[in-house]
Design a protein around this ligand. Structure first.
Ligand SMILES: Nc1ncnc2c1ncn2[C@@H]1O[C@H](COP(=O)(O)OP(=O)(O)OP(=O)(O)O)[C@@H](O)[C@H]1O
Ligand SMILES: [Mg+2]
Length: 371
């Protein structure tokens, strides 16, 4: 209780002590503040008009010291303007002189309520923060778990081709040891080399998929010409399309503007979508590769459509998750679409899907254009 008038200090002090409060008094602002600092109270009552430091300054200083402390100011009737200012500075209340007991206790009760509510709010915020931390920890654990699964799938995926390669190399050794290479054995030898080649590229592909997925390979942004890129994708997948009796249709808008991006990663996206489309059409069908401009979004779009099995509705929310696959073991790792998703994020673009079971699927890549 800070007031320069000794009488008021005494009256208020007695009244409050009787009501069960612990009271400390000070005759001026500076002394009062020192006490607030050394023994922080829950509530400060201060007169507004005092010589030296006035009540508004006290209020301001107390709130700066500890915003949780409630401050009640005492004003004269004529000081309404000061009272308003005090409230703006977050005083909890004001009482007017002459101080009536009932007004004093009412103001104190309100201050007490504010004090406890504020404290509860703080505890609650702390609780929420802890919960947030817990959630972050759980997310991290999830990530570690998926990393574990990732490691397991690498071992699983790479182990098969590696043991294949080892076998072929042993066979080739045996062929070499058993004498000079005749035409027939040379052919066999060549066949084994081809298989080694194939298995090794599978390993490389798995590793590069994983690298983009785990963001280990830094993207190299450059000017990318999408028509050239699509041309390369067609070349790379032509063989698979022919094998599976899939017709290729293209609808690539001429004079597409270049985009900025990582050509390898973008190519990987398109290839992943094409391979998924091929897998969806085991009995043949049509694959359509389209590219154009979405003026509204200022984006270049690449659409890969198939006339395949489509995606069941219940699977749609999961297809972009790493390791989600509906393919038989050994046929899909479930990393293709999550890789596409990650790459599109890094390009500030998007990937969307539109699918109808038994009719077909369209995946659309959106890549931002220069403004
Ligand atoms: N064009 C499509 N038609 C039908 N289903 C699709 C198509 N593309 C993706 N899917 C579904 O989404 C799943 C996830 O695809 P994703 O490319 O991520 O993994 P995957 O092809 O199973 O394995 P990976 O690409 O790692 O070899 C597939 O298993 C399949 O069920
Ligand atoms: Mg795939």
């Amino acid at each position: 209780m800070i007031d320069d008038e000794a009488d008021i200090r005494e009256v208020v002090s007695i009244s409050l002590t009787d009501a069960g409060y612990r009271v400390a008094t000070a005759a001026d602002g500076r002394t009062g503040l020192l006490r607030v600092q050394s023994e922080p109270p829950q509530i400060v009552i201060t007169d507004i008009r005092m010589p030296g430091m006035d009540g508004i300054q006290v209020l301001d200083a107390v709130k700066k010291l500890n915003p949780d402390i409630e401050v009640i100011v005492i004003t004269a009737f004529a000081d309404l303007e000061l009272a308003v200012k005090a409230l703006q500075l977050d005083a909890s209340d004001f009482i007017t002189k002459p101080i009536s007991d009932s007004a004093l206790h009412l103001a104190l009760n309100r201050a007490k309520t504010r004090y406890t509510v504020r404290k509860q709010l703080k505890d609650y915020t702390r609780l929420l923060e802890k919960e947030k931390e817990d959630q972050a920890r759980i997310l991290h654990q999830d990530k570690m778990m998926s990393l574990g699964r990732l490691a397991a799938s690498v071992v699983h995926e790479i182990n098969n081709p590696l043991s294949g390669i080892l076998n072929y190399i042993r066979l080739m050794h045996r062929i070499l040891r058993s004498g000079p290479l005749g035409a027939e054995r040379q052919e066999k030898f060549q066949g084994y080399l081809d298989l080694v080649d194939k298995e090794l590229s599978r390993c490389t592909q798995i590793v590069s998929n994983l690298l983009t997925f785990s963001r280990k390979s830094p993207p190299a942004f450059e000017t990318v010409h999408i028509d050239d890129l699509l041309e390369r994708c067609i070349l790379l997948s032509r063989h698979r399309l022919q094998l599976q009796k899939i017709d290729l249709a293209t609808d690539i808008q001429p004079d597409l503007p270049p985009v900025t991006g990582d050509a390898n990663q973008l190519q990987q996206c398109v290839i992943n979508l094409i391979f998924n489309a091929v897998d969806a059409m085991p009995a043949g069908g049509t694959l359509t590769l389209a590219a154009g401009i979405d003026r509204g979004k200022n984006r270049l779009t690449i659409a890969v459509s198939d006339t395949g099995c489509g995606i069941e509705e219940k699977n749609l929310p999961h297809i972009f998750e790493p390791f989600f696959t509906t393919k038989q073991e050994g046929y899909g790792v479930g990393l293709g679409l999550s890789t596409v998703y990650g790459i599109m994020q890094r390009h500030q673009g998007a990937v969307t899907v539109d699918s109808r079971p038994a009719k077909g699927t369209t995946f659309r890549l959106e890549i931002p254009l220069e403004r």
